[in-house]
Ligand binder design. Sequence first.
Ligand SMILES: N[C@@H](CCC(=O)N[C@@H](CS)C(=O)NCC(=O)O)C(=O)O
Length: 216
Amino acid sequence: MTIQMYGFWRSIAAFRVRVALKLKGLPFEETPIDILSGEQFKPDYDGINAEHVVPTFIHDGHSVFQSLAIIEYIEDIKPEPHLIPADPKERAYARSLALMTIADAHPLTVPRVRNHLAKTFGADAHAIEQWGKHWTTEGLVTYERLLARRPPAPFALGAEPGLADICIAGQVVGAHYLKLDLTEFPIVARLAERCFALPAFASSHPFEQPGFKARH
Ligand SMILES: N[C@@H](CCC(=O)N[C@@H](CS)C(=O)NCC(=O)O)C(=O)O
């Protein structure tokens, strides 16, 4: 089986897929699409992903987009180790935790939103940073509240890391970009620490990607 992913070092959605592939032990090649310079809108990439976002996942020539759909697809083609529980109630809880960032918190901070704030409303770099900090913090506050009601044991759904942990760790990556202090979110911070102690998470972190290292 061949797996190719179009991603970008800074993409939190690509981070989620990278971690899932590594937890599954599936080798893949990553092709960078520079979403900061607008490569996602170029005709070549339009042919690959009509939504003009990363990641795009290609498995034996079959293309899948949207990180949640990709992770569920990966779970289907390689069930072990499970990232999504089989029990319907647990499965729904894992997806709910995942969607809190995928559907609600993360979309507010992506480049197309930041660019629109600048172009249409004249927001400067400081205002855009404050916007990012506000919505990233809101996501962390929500995860802290959720995890306080069902404490990680030691991962969000139990003994092994899975979909929910991947997504919560992605929200924490957003906090790393903005240098947010996690002291006020101790349960989230402990869970993220546990995740990033694992090579699959640590080596997937944006700051560990060749594209980041080449720039800094
Ligand atoms: N919900 C999508 C998010 C996709 C997305 O917005 N990706 C960002 C990077 S994390 C992107 O490519 N943004 C391009 C832009 O905003 O122009 C997923 O989880 O895959």
